[in-house]
Write a protein that binds this ligand. Structure first.
Ligand SMILES: Nc1nc2c(ncn2[C@@H]2O[C@H](COP(=O)(O)OP(=O)(O)OP(=O)(O)O)[C@@H](O)[C@H]2O)c(=O)[nH]1
Ligand SMILES: [Mg+2]
Length: 448
């Protein structure tokens, strides 16, 4: 036995009385130690129970990154559950890709002359489409069928086809913009995809999803050529279209996404776009060693203006509120109201949330999101002060973000019904592995 082992070995000359006393002391010591262990375990269980009761509300305007932040959180804390759903995201991402392709095809047909009949061509005032574009459009015509198949498989709403208006923040007038994938509330779309995939795996007949994947694969080279074509890029620029900054942009990954054996990566899933409708409840059953056994409930809301009335019933009952502001939207307008600047809408919304008495007891976390796009915009020369005219600082990422941080903090201080701590972070929700869970989790844990 080592000299440090406990309890120490009794002396060799121990008398009967000493032995009885020693055994008594050891019994007492064990009792105390067991009590301490029990108290620690009880505290641990109680903490776990309280954490299980953790309810977090995610708020922010549409496309601010709420659902993405939740996916990122799941990826980190419940990776097994996240990975069981990888296959379900394939048709969503394919649909995201296909909608971008169809937007380009719509634009090409709206700016170029198409009539095959020479007489009609002569009468048209529109520029003649280059032969290469005409051929691409012809060969990519089956992509419209793919959009129909995937829209049906996801039980999604069909997208507006015209006008093909996807300038910054302008996604058509209709309820579903040409790039937005809008499915039924909750995870019903997952059930639909599961059913469609089951049909395919039974092999009784070729599933619709297989047909869609087959067409996409056959069109792969043309899709890549469409996006790489300098003439098409120039047309998009001339129309003020920056598809790269739009949600669910996968054209730069087309060769991979359109392949028959495509499997979504974690990053693809974070980039995939599905518009949230209503308020969706998600339970994240934590799998990581320290948090194992805990279950956190998130309420992920739809951020479109028409959805915001549904938020209020959830205010009373949450421990924490995470507000996302997509700060890259300073030069964009809302898709639902083109007269409203996105950043201004976010600030107004923030003020309303700060003022809310029902949320007065909740901890607040503010995530200034889409920092990657903000940086790219500022670096490309877009002037922040052209859109926020009161801003007099430099056009650097650091200057702009510290101004935004201050502005949000001032609103919070001024309008909160009572003094409350505010945690503010600059984030990019599509990065993985991300710092986001490490930032958000400790702050949420402190809310208990
Ligand atoms: N580049 C970039 N894209 C992001 C970031 N965060 C989210 N996105 C993308 O932005 C799009 C919209 O994000 P969502 O999470 O669906 O937005 P939301 O707030 O849930 O929107 P609603 O459900 O309509 O309220 C998705 O395609 C995301 O992948 C980010 O930090 N950077
Ligand atoms: Mg959402």
């Amino acid at each position: 036995m080592s000299e440090f082992s406990w309890p120490p070995s009794p002396p060799t000359d121990e008398s009967d009385l000493d032995r009885a006393l020693r055994l008594q002391e050891e019994k007492e010591a064990k009792k105390i130690s067991d009590e301490i262990d029990r108290a620690i375990e009880k505290e641990r269980q109680e903490l776990k129970k309280r954490r299980s009761a953790m309810r977090i509300l995610l708020l922010g305007q549409a496309e601010s990154g709420k659902s993405t932040m939740l996916k990122n959180f799941q990826l980190h804390f419940a990776p097994k559950a996240f990975h069981t759903e990888v296959e379900l995201w394939r048709p969503v991402i394919q649909l995201n890709l296909v909608r971008s392709i169809n937007v380009i095809l719509n634009i090409l047909s709206s700016v170029h002359d198409v009539p095959a009949d020479p007489a009609a061509r002569r009468l048209s005032t529109r520029p003649i489409s280059p032969e290469s574009h005409r051929l691409l459009r012809m060969r990519l015509a089956p992509i419209r069928q793919v959009e129909l198949i995937l829209t049906k498989a996801l039980a999604a709403e069909p997208a507006e086809q015209s006008p093909p208006d996807v300038r910054e923040g302008v996604q058509g007038d209709g309820p579903v913009g040409p790039l937005d994938v809008c499915v039924r509330p909750g995870s019903e779309w997952k059930t639909c995809v599961r059913e469609a995939q089951l049909l395919t795996s039974r092999g009784t007949r070729r599933g619709e999803l297989d047909n869609a994947a087959g067409i996409l694969d056959a069109c792969r080279e043309d899709i890549v050529a469409l996006w790489a074509d300098p003439g098409i890029q120039a047309t998009l620029r001339a129309q003020g279209l920056h598809l790269q900054n739009q949600p669910g942009f996968f054209l730069d990954q087309a060769a991979r996404v359109a392949a028959l054996d495509y499997t979504p990566t974690e990053e693809d899933i974070l980039k995939a776009r599905i518009r949230t409708t209503g308020v969706e409840e998600y339970r994240v059953e934590m799998e990581t060693a320290t948090e194992k056994g805990e279950s956190w409930t998130f309420y992920d809301v739809g951020g479109h203006r028409g959805q915001r009335a549904a938020w209020a019933p959830y205010f009373d009952d949450v421990n924490a509120m995470v507000f996302l502001c997509p700060i890259a939207g300073f030069d964009q307008v809302l898709s639902e109201d083109k007269s409203v600047n996105r950043l201004r809408d976010s600030m107004k919304l923030w003020k309303t949330i700060c003022k809310s008495k029902a949320l007065a007891g909740a901890k607040f976390i503010l995530l200034l999101n889409k920092c990657d796009i903000l940086k790219a915009k500022l670096d490309s020369g877009i002037k922040f002060s052209d859109y926020v005219t009161v801003y007099e600082g430099g056009n650097t990422f650091e200057d702009v973000t510290s101004y935004l941080k201050r502005s949000f903090q001032v609103i919070h201080k001024e309008y909160s019904p009572r003094k409350r701590e505010l945690h503010v972070h600059l984030t990019c929700a599509i990065v993985c592995p991300s710092r986001l869970p490490f930032v958000v989790h400790p702050m949420l844990t402190r809310c208990l």
